[in-house]
Design a protein around this ligand. Structure first.
Ligand code: DC
Length: 242
C-alpha cells in the first residue's frame, strides 16, 4: 500500500489580496498545517541582509537558501512564530523593505529551486493550506483545491495602509500603490514560477468581499469537492490509499 499524500489547498495571489489571513483562518477551521511560503522568501532576504549578501548574488543566495536555519512554530489561532538562526523575526520580516527584497531574491531560479523541497516538506496529515504565488502551479500542482485571489492595486494598497496605520506606522498611500505595482510587475514577469493562476484554479475577486466571506467561500468549495468529506470527518478520512 502506497501512502496517499496529505491533501493540499493552495491559496495564491498578489500582495494585499488577503491570502495570508484567509489561509490562516481556513487552516484553523480545518485543523490543517499552514505554509506561508512568502515568509520563507522574506526570511531569506533578512538572512542576506544579516550576512551582507547582495540581493543579486545568485550563487551565494542559493547556498544561503540551502542552509537557511529557519523554524516556524505553529501557534493556536494565530500566525506561526518565525525563528531565524535562533532569533525571533516574526515582525522583522513584515516590513516593506524586506517584502521588496524578498520579491527580488524570489526571482532567482537557483533560490526557488533551493526552497522547493523545504516547501513540499510542509505537506503533512491531516492536510496543508499553502499560501503563496506559485503554490498551485509549481509547488503543489496536484493540490485538491486551488484558489487564486485578486483585487485591484488601489484596494490592496488601502488595506496595507490601514494595517500599517493601525500599527502606528505612517505611510503615503500613493507610494504604497506605486510599490505594490512594482512588486506585482516583478512577481508576474519573472521567468521562473511567475505569479499567475493555475489553469484549474478557482479565481475569487476580493475587492468587495470581507475576509470572512472569502473563508466561507473556500470552505464551501472544499465541502463541495468529492475528494473532501465533511470537515468533521477530515482527520479520519485521509489515511492510506489502496
Ligand atoms: O506573500 P509575501 O508578500 O509575504 O511574499 C513576499 C515576496 O516573496 C513576494 O513579493 C514574492 C515572493 N514570493 C514568491 O515569489 N513565491 C511565493 N510562493 C511566495 C512569495
Amino acid at each position: 500500500m502506497i501512502p496517499k499524500a496529505a491533501p493540499v489547498i493552495t491559496v495564491d495571489g498578489a500582495s494585499g489580496t488577503g491570502k495570508g489571513t484567509v489561509s490562516q483562518l481556513v487552516a484553523t477551521q480545518l485543523g490543517w498545517k499552514l505554509l506561508d511560503s512568502g515568509a520563507l522568501y522574506r526570511v531569506l532576504a533578512l538572512a542576506a541582509q544579516k550576512h551582507s549578501v547582495a540581493l543579486d548574488h545568485e550563487k551565494a543566495l542559493d547556498v544561503l537558501a540551502e542552509y537557511l536555519d529557519v523554524q516556524f512554530i505553529a501557534q493556536l489561532n494565530d500566525f506561526p512564530l518565525v525563528i531565524l538562526e535562533g532569533e525571533e523575526v516574526t515582525g522583522t520580516i513584515r516590513t516593506e523593505i524586506i517584502g521588496n527584497a524578498a520579491s527580488i531574491v524570489a526571482a532567482l531560479p537557483a533560490v526557488r529551486a533551493a526552497l522547493l523541497s523545504r516547501q513540499r516538506a510542509f505537506r503533512e496529515y491531516p492536510g496543508l493550506v499553502a499560501d503563496g504565488r506559485d503554490m498551485g502551479t509549481v509547488v503543489f500542482p496536484d493540490a485538491e483545491l486551488k484558489i487564486f485571489l485578486f483585487a485591484s492595486p488601489e484596494e490592496r494598497a488601502l488595506r496595507r495602509y490601514n494595517q500599517l496605520k493601525e500599527r502606528g506606522v505612517s505611510v503615503n498611500l500613493g507610494d504604497l500603490i506605486k510599490e505594490l505595482q512594482e512588486r506585482d510587475k516583478r512577481d508576474q514577469e519573472r521567468i521562473v514560477a511567475p505569479l499567475k493562476p493555475a489553469n484549474d484554479a478557482i479565481c475569487i475577486d476580493t475587492n468587495r468581499l470581507s475576509v470572512e466571506d472569502v473563508v466561507e467561500r473556500i470552505v464551501r468549495e472544499i465541502q463541495g469537492k468529492k475528494a473532501f468529506p465533511a470537515i468533521s470527518e477530515l482527520n479520519l478520512e485521509f489515511g492510506m490509499a489502496e
